[in-house]
Ligand binder design. Structure first.
Ligand SMILES: [Cu+2]
Length: 140
């Protein structure tokens, strides 16, 4: 009797796992992979709180820059071939620039992630990239 009970419980468990596994998993994870994403940055005197982020090509990306310093800071997306120390707002891709944001202020920009590749985000305020205010923006 006991053995049969264990077998019955085991088979029931397998059936539940199969039923659930075939459910909504695939569409949900697909949506999450390409759905909009918001990435929040803290920028201060003189740093970003992140040095690398990764998004999906074609994904709608919202960047929030919270300037927690007293100096002006910016967040500008540029191609990976650009020297971050020489980058200016004119290098911004896909309209992805916050412009110069005063200390204590926040800004939010939304853009569509460019084709897969290696990009950079840079604070284009003079001297800030040289002090380390840039990082890798990876598009998969
Ligand atoms: Cu800066």
């Amino acid at each position: 009797m006991k053995y049969i009970t264990y077998v019955a419980i085991f088979l029931f468990g397998v059936m539940v796992m199969v039923a659930c596994g075939g459910g909504g998993d695939t569409p949900t994870s697909g949506e999450e992979a390409t759905g909009p994403v918001t990435i929040e940055f803290e920028g201060g005197d003189i740093f970003f709180d992140k040095d690398e982020v990764t998004v999906q090509s074609g994904q709608e990306v919202t960047i929030v820059l919270n300037n927690v310093g007293t100096l002006e800071h910016s967040w500008v997306l540029v191609d990976g071939s650009v020297d971050p120390l020489l980058a200016t707002e004119a290098d911004a891709l896909a309209g992805a620039t916050t412009g110069d944001i005063a200390g204590g202020e926040s800004a939010s920009i939304t853009f569509v992630a460019p084709p897969a590749g290696d990009y950079l985000f840079v604070c284009t305020v003079e001297g800030h990239a040289a002090a380390g205010m840039w990082g890798d923006f990876i598009v998969e």
